[in-house]
Design a binder for this molecule. Sequence first.
Ligand code: GLU
Length: 305
Amino acid sequence: MKLRQSAAVAAIAVLALTATACGGESGNAGDKPGGGAEGKDAPKLPTYVVAKDVSIDSPVLKKAQSAGKLVFGAKSDQPFLGFEDTDGKRSGFDIEIAKMVAADLGFAPDKLEFKTVDSNVRETAISKGEVDLYVGTYTINDERKKQVGFAGPYFLAGADLLVRKDESGITGPDSLKGKTVCSIKGSTPLQEIKKPKYGAKTIELSKYSECVQQLLNNEVDAVTTDDAILKGYAAQRPTKLKVIGKPFTEEPYGIGMAKDDKALRDAVTNALEAHQKSGDYKKAYEATLGLSGSAYVEPPALERY
Ligand code: GLU
């Protein structure tokens, strides 16, 4: 426990330096670097050995091999998770997960293409083959499994609330009666918060950064989604925003892919397992998501089906 606390304190210290250097309190949502380690003492991102001569009986992989590139769907406005800066550089924990899996499938980082795909169109993008794999805070659930396949879970998050720093009336999901809460179309926390028992009014947008902007502008009282995502926004604006810290759902993250491509699903699960065992996963976490103040915890057990 002590170790974890000191790791978290160190991570916050690194982050504070990074945020100062980047001017992270500008007031605009989503316009600052936010996906990886910066500064000379920051944890370093691992590099991944690229497998050679990969041969798997997967239609998606074969198509990617003949195209010479593997296409990932990802988020672009989630600091420390899936973030695209103004130069088009992607960073964050989900981006590292994509890179480690891709390496085991035989694709070096320069053979990866990332496409931004928001929550409400993920299943369509995967089933139409617009992306080969999807890594973007994507909760595995039975409803989605009817349309897509999942490898994982590789991380366990939980829905939480982001509020303005001076908010005292909102203390958890049970204090939302009459409050206006912003979340994202096609996301599981939105489905949850719409339940009548919370009594909240909801605003539904396409991008989390738009919800955060509305919160900063006093247009909504709270934003709900996974704690891992919200902590990234709070870490970017520590004097303006805070996370309540009482998760009220379980959100196990998976890598989405074509529903019936079992060979690909198995290969991606094997890759996750190998990188967890080698320590790459932990290193990648500490150099990305760990910097937003969430101490490392062991990942949940991978499920094979
Ligand atoms: N993990 C949740 C979901 O998959 C919320 C985050 C997101 O929208 O990506 O719906």
